[in-house]
Design a binder for this molecule. Structure first.
Ligand SMILES: *[C@@H]1O[C@H](CO)[C@@H](O)[C@H](O)[C@H]1NC(C)=O
Length: 315
């Protein structure tokens, strides 16, 4: 099978494109706004309660309480779990993946991008000091694992989210240098009417959408533990686990990295500037742009706007 493009692994549209769903969403929106406000209020309380409860009771209660916030989790194949494995490997779908997995099992997840501080802690990340290089992160995680009684680590070797429909990003190998055995799990996220995650959208916005829509379902599926072959390198181990997970999700393990994804996103943004830019240009300008577009249909509108703008200044 051919490798999917980066674009097909991202989600660019929040809203459905058929008219019936759009109408439904429109009719639902007053209820959604009311739910959003109510859930912000309830959520603040849940957050405070979760800070004081002991870990064992917390998970059970939190699962009930988060369903009030519209987050439902289902777990399949829990019997394949190996309690001695200290590394969980998951595909990355949304900003809240680690919160959801910690509802079903005790685990800790470091953030590769969130700077330490209140927000990092409040979002439920494991704080390991300032995130520096991957090598530093690896060292702190090794230290974390060497402490007895520390809960398993949940890692997202893709490092960035995908829409989970076409392919997995290339796994970075540092996650696989920590141990000779890992327990993979796959995440599948569903939500009515709007997409669970738009690539590049800030996490606070995603949180609001989550509280707005009636519910979001996270399906967690455990896969059997994977052990390192004798003499297998971190890279080989990592790519073998990626293939296994992709196979079980019915998608493809690609070589696109998180850095490629960021580059692609930047390129896309540059090619489609926000509509505000065209509103500000005068009608004479837009007629000019239209004429250029007729002559050179393959040139993106944004480029024409930019070139015309600069040309006028030049005169
Ligand atoms: C993809 O991941 C593998 C295993 O971690 C690594 O060896 C390889 O260099 C990566 N490929 C790219 C293009 O980064």
């Amino acid at each position: 099978m051919e490798a999917p493009t980066l674009d097909s692994m991202m989600e660019h549209h929040r809203f459905p494109d058929d008219h019936i769903s759009l109408l439904l969403l429109f009719l639902y929106s007053p209820i959604g706004l009311f739910l959003l406000l109510l859930r912000i209020f309830i959520g603040a309380h849940i957050f405070l309660v979760s800070c004081v409860l002991p870990d064992s009771v917390r998970r059970f209660l939190m699962r009930i309480m988060t369903s009030v916030l519209g987050v439902f989790t289902s777990v399949s194949e829990p019997h394949v779990r190996d309690k001695s494995v200290k590394i969980y490997i998951s595909n990355h779908r949304t900003y809240f993946d680690h919160n959801v997995v910690s509802l079903i099992t005790s685990c800790a997840s470091p953030s590769v991008s969130c700077p330490p501080g209140f927000l990092c802690w409040a979002r439920g990340f494991l704080e390991l000091g300032t995130p520096g290089s991957r090598a530093q992160l690896q060292e702190s995680l090794k230290h974390y694992l060497s402490q007895t009684g520390s809960p398993p680590l949940l890692l997202f070797p893709e490092e960035e989210t995908t829409n989970g429909k076409k392919g997995l990003l290339n796994f970075s190998s540092w996650a696989f240098s920590l141990s000779d055995s890992v327990q993979p799990l796959t995440l599948h996220v569903q939500r009515p009417l709007i997409s669970p995650m738009v690539t590049g959208c800030p996490w606070v916005m995603e949180l609001f959408w989550m509280l707005f829509i009636p519910f979001t379902i996270y399906q967690v599926r455990w896969l059997p533990p994977v052990f390192r072959y004798p003499k297998e390198s971190d890279e080989e181990f990592s790519s073998r686990v990626q293939k296994l997970m992709a196979l079980s999700m019915g998608i493809i393990g690609t070589r696109h990295t998180a850095v490629d994804r960021a580059e692609h996103l930047k390129r896309r943004r540059r090619e489609s500037p926000p509509p505000a830019a065209s509103v500000s240009s005068s009608t004479a300008d837009s007629r000019m742009v239209q004429r250029v577009k007729e002559v050179l249909p393959q040139v993106p509108l944004s480029v024409i706007h930019k070139d015309l703008g600069e040309g006028y200044k030049g005169i």
